[in-house]
Design a protein around this ligand. Structure first.
Ligand SMILES: Cc1ncc(COP(=O)(O)O)c(C=O)c1O
Length: 395
């Protein structure tokens, strides 16, 4: 077995685990040393060589980052753009759709909070309408969707693959198939699924896929990426504000967008972070996304099982096959209090309030939840330790 496929190796590659139980991978995961070294090396190069000159020196390695992402998503490097974060990727994609008053955006009960805020902003400015898919239990009603598409004729369908607020996995591929059969643009927020499960843009049928590196991909903070389909590029979709990297100023009063997905990029990047992002993708690819998914799911299932036994606990995650995000509500104890006390004990979790998931938390009748998000480098013993501390805090 390849050395990189073993838990001891994953832990040896992760300096952060030494004095910390890090169960906030849905926030930002611990970086493996390969990522840390890639960043540090480039910062050093810039310090002794100059920023622009160092980027030129590393041009081939920078190009490899696009190739790695293309492998991750089963696409071509020319369909990849780098961005500052997932929201940046998402809003660039959103800005490229030529909305007119009355156009419909169709989304789900579980789209990410910032996506909803962007829809409301567009509603205010452009008069678009925001509609939600009919639900069948925890997930959208796939049987009802074709008729809904026919009736609403949305210009854009937006789905968050894995919401920030639960372990739910949306049927993104099945939705994509229906959306594309009806000719709408399909934007998939894969911020929480990237790095914890395989993603194949062909199977997902998406036109855009936005994500970040810092979560389950274990990259640095401050970087995101966007996939753009050939269909979207050929249709001339371009961000509302391309800069001199995304477009060429050809004549006074005219510009020509780049032919590839990099028309969605800005010129300026923190190249140390770009190279660190490439290293995290390579690390995930070396382990394999299927083994990562299996390990993450097993640990998350174990977490749900153990935490459900604590006093006053209700596990909130729904769906047939929940993923690596575990959300729990404890009757009588505020998640923020628990998160803070755990943090003092060197155990990282996170807490979510109702504003992060107005619809979902409203349906579940909770104001807040503790979020525990293990990764493949975590252990059952760490989960047991978390449960022991929680039991003490809940007394
Ligand atoms: C589902 C989902 N989408 C988008 C985002 C936004 O990502 P970023 O903070 O990189 O913009 C998050 C962040 O938590 C998220 O969970």
């Amino acid at each position: 077995m390849n050395k990189i496929h073993t838990l001891p190796q994953w832990r040896q590659d992760t300096p952060g685990i030494k004095d910390l139980i890090h169960l906030n991978n849905a926030g930002a995961a611990l970086m493996p040393r390969q990522v840390i070294e890639a960043i540090q090396q480039h910062i050093h190069l810039e310090a002794v060589n100059g920023g622009y000159e160092s980027a030129d020196l590393r041009r081939a390695d920078i190009e490899k980052v696009y190739a790695s992402l293309a492998t991750l998503l089963n696409t071509k490097a020319s369909n990849i753009a780098l961005t500052a974060n997932a929201t940046d990727a998402y809003s660039r994609a959103l800005s490229s759709i030529p909305f007119e008053t009355g156009d419909v955006i169709l989304t789900t009960d579980n789209d990410y909070v910032s996506n909803y805020i962007a829809f409301i902003s567009m509603q205010k400015r452009y008069g678009v309408k925001v509609e939600r898919m009919q639900q069948d239990g925890a997930t959208p009603d796939l049987a009802a969707l074709p008729a809904q598409m026919e009736k609403l004729r949305p210009k854009l369908v937006s789905v968050t693959h894995v919401p920030t607020n639960s372990g739910l996995v949306q049927p993104a591929a099945e939705i994509g198939k229906i959306v594309k059969a009806h000719g709408a643009w399909y934007l998939l927020d894969a911020c929480q699924s990237a790095g914890q499960m395989p993603l194949d843009v062909k199977e997902l049928h998406c036109d855009f896929l936005s994500a970040t590196f810092r979560k389950f991909l274990r990259g640095p903070r401050g970087m995101g990426f966007l996939y753009v389909s050939d269909e979207a590029l050929a249709a001339g979709l371009e961000p509302l504000f391309p800069d001199l990297a995304g477009a060429e100023w050809t004549e006074i009063g005219q510009y020509k967008p780049r032919p590839d997905a990099r028309r969605f990029e800005d010129w300026e990047f923190a190249y140390a972070l770009v190279l660190g992002s490439g290293a995290c993708v390579d690390y995930a690819l070396e382990i394999g996304l299927e083994p990562i998914k299996a390990q993450v799911s097993a640990l998350a299932d174990y977490t749900r099982e153990i935490l459900a036994e604590l006093p006053g606990a209700s596990v909130l995650d729904q769906g047939e096959d929940p993923c690596g995000i575990v959300t729990v509500h404890f009757a009588g104890q505020a998640p923020l209090f628990l998160r803070d006390r755990l943090r003092e004990r060197k155990i990282n979790t996170s807490h979510l309030t109702r504003n992060a998931a107005l619809i979902d938390f409203g349906q579940k009748s909770v104001d807040a939840a503790l979020r525990v998000s293990p990764h493949y480098y975590n252990t059952k013993e760490e989960i047991d330790t978390l449960a022991e501390h929680l039991a003490e805090l809940l007394k």
